[in-house]
Design a protein around this ligand. Structure first.
Ligand code: ZN
Length: 544
């Protein structure tokens, strides 16, 4: 199906003379800059999934194993969520500096009745509401690699495509030529208000309408997936044996299937050919975030047939996508990583050798009740979001200090808590440094702490404690301080490059400076948190 989709989008847009090179270009050394960077994020593709599946891949992921393989990449911060994670991938900065501390944070000073701010919503836009928000990059405080490339080479193109708005915006940044994300329904891909829709997006949206309107039977179960197909009861649901069949018109099933990734890759391939990306002297950047793996992880966990079928399918789709890129003759370089990892269902963990995974018993409502009762401050003065607790800014001085300390005690009185830090403690902590697996919890908290948007208290649950099931579509998750959520693979590939594997840890903030090195791009302020990784396997260097 992907082949047909990509073929439809690519062929229609590519059949103008001179678009395709007649012959493949000769292989260039890794030390000479490529003309196109393709940066791919697979949402929730943990280092553990990479390890589990790397011996089974035969498509696009198999190709990347012939490049520079870093199996121990780190989204090194504490708030291992989608928006913070995507904000690190191409900025070279940790969330403390990108300002993207959570998917959604609390701003108690906001004049809006609802004090929550989604990371890519422009709450200052007069027509903005939470249901129909205006998408903007205003909360991202730093430039992306695409923004930096365009400052040096104004004719370069910065293009982003994703299944989720926050992923496209965080990878693309402020100065995008095209930025398209799936709207979540038959309308297909959308962009910032006022952006004209190119013909290639119109075609992709027609394909989505047709695809979404047609039922798709269960996907085949590869032989190596058979042992994973085993029913597990989770509350009212049973998961573990699904093969991602979907009914006609079911948008939720569409996004929880390889079909949304398929549509995203087809549009990306269409934009490469229609915009002739990589075919000029100045470098272009294409960012792609593939969202289905994350929806499937949340809906079914990581060790069942559903994830196995998804990754088999994604591997094949990536293979077709790379072949479409090959056909353009462009000398492109690929980086593939993820915004965060994840952990499987504790119910399956218990059956399969991990007696230490369990559902959280932590009760935030009880924390608020206790803190309010002990302090005499109304419960409304405390507002919690994920692991952040915010205190009403009109409470100041000694009363505030007392409320912070009472709230800390109330958090520690709950089961499953590993640590709690105050904003002052995090502010005073040293800047993160050294190998990320050695960082104490306070340093991990510091890496995703930006005072104007972070809580007054931040707590960590104990390792292997999974948030409670919240119904259909959410039985497992991520977001913790722990390495199963922080570790992601980072793979670099370019045609003909000598392969190597580096098992020592690196960070996702190293990706942007590494790509800047590959492009010979001079880096102006602001300085990045990451460092350039040498992608030349021998004595030469790609870090200038
Ligand atoms: Zn995510």
């Amino acid at each position: 199906m992907l082949k047909t989709l990509i073929a439809a989008v690519v062929l229609v847009t590519a059949m103008t003379p001179g678009t395709l090179f007649a012959q493949p270009q000769p292989v260039k050394p890794i030390t000479s800059p490529p003309t196109l960077i393709v940066a791919i994020s697979i949402d929730q593709f943990s280092a553990d999934l990479f390890t589990e599946y790397r011996n089974h891949v035969t498509g696009g992921l198999a190709r990347l194993l012939d490049g520079a393989v870093f199996p121990n990449g780190y989204q090194s911060h504490a708030a291992t969520e989608t928006c913070p994670g995507h904000s690190t991938l191409l900025t070279g900065m940790r969330p403390a500096h990108t300002g993207i501390v959570l998917n959604t944070w609390v701003d108690l000073k906001s004049p809006l009745a609802d004090k929550t701010i989604y990371c890519v919503e422009d709450e200052t836009e007069p027509t903005n509401t939470h249901d129909r928000y205006s998408v903007a990059a205003t909360h991202l405080l730093v430039p992306t690699l695409g923004d930096r490339i365009k400052r040096v080479f104004p004719t370069s193109r910065n293009v982003a495509v994703s299944g989720k708005d926050r992923a496209a915006v965080m990878m693309g940044g402020h100065a995008t030529d095209e930025s398209w994300w799936w709207n979540g329904d038959t309308r297909g891909f959308a962009s910032f208000a006022g952006r004209p829709m190119p013909e290639v997006v119109r075609q992709a949206n027609a394909s989505i309408r047709a695809d979404l309107g047609t039922a798709r039977p269960a996907l085949p179960l590869p032989a190596y997936c058979a042992s994973k197909s085993r029913a597990i009861a989770v509350g009212e649901q049973t998961v573990g044996t699904g093969r991602l069949a979907r009914a006609a018109g079911d948008a939720e099933a569409f996004r929880t299937s390889p079909d949304v990734d398929n549509a995203t890759l087809a549009l990306a391939a269409g934009l490469v050919t229609s915009m002739k990306l990589g075919q000029r002297a100045t470098p272009d950047l294409l960012s792609i975030s593939l969202s289905a793996t994350d929806y499937i992880g949340h809906s079914y966990g990581m060790q069942g047939s559903e994830m196995c079928v998804q990754l088999a399918s994604l591997d094949q789709h990536l293979g077709v996508f790379f072949k479409a890129l090959d056909a353009t003759g462009v000398d492109y370089a690929v980086v593939l990583s993820a915004d965060h990892g994840g952990i499987d269902l504790p119910e399956r963990g218990t059956e399969q050798g991990s007696a230490t995974t369990r559902r959280s018993r932590f009760d935030m409502a009880a924390v608020v009740r206790q803190a309010s009762a002990e302090s005499g401050v109304p419960a409304a003065a405390l507002n919690a979001r994920d692991s952040n607790v915010y205190i009403d800014p009109t409470i100041t001085g000694v009363r505030r200090a007392q409320l912070v300390s009472i709230t800390r005690r109330a958090i520690l009185a709950q089961p499953d808590v590993a640590a709690v830090f105050t904003a002052d403690e995090i502010d005073a902590a040293p800047e993160p440094s050294g190998p990320p697996e050695t960082w104490p919890l306070l340093m991990r908290a510091k890496a995703s702490f930006y005072r104007p948007r972070s809580g007054d208290l931040i707590f960590a649950l104990q390792p292997r404690v999974v948030s409670r099931p919240t119904g259909k579509g959410y039985v497992a998750g991520h977001g913790s301080f722990w390495d199963y959520d922080r570790r992601v693979p980072i793979l670099f590939w370019r045609r003909g490059m000598p392969a190597f594997e580096q098992p020592l840890s690196i960070e996702t903030v190293d990706i942007a400076p590494t790509l800047a090195g590959l492009l010979h791009l001079p880096l102006a302020a602001p300085a990045m948190d990451g460092r350039c990784l040498d992608l030349d396997a021998g004595p030469a260097t790609t870090c200038g």
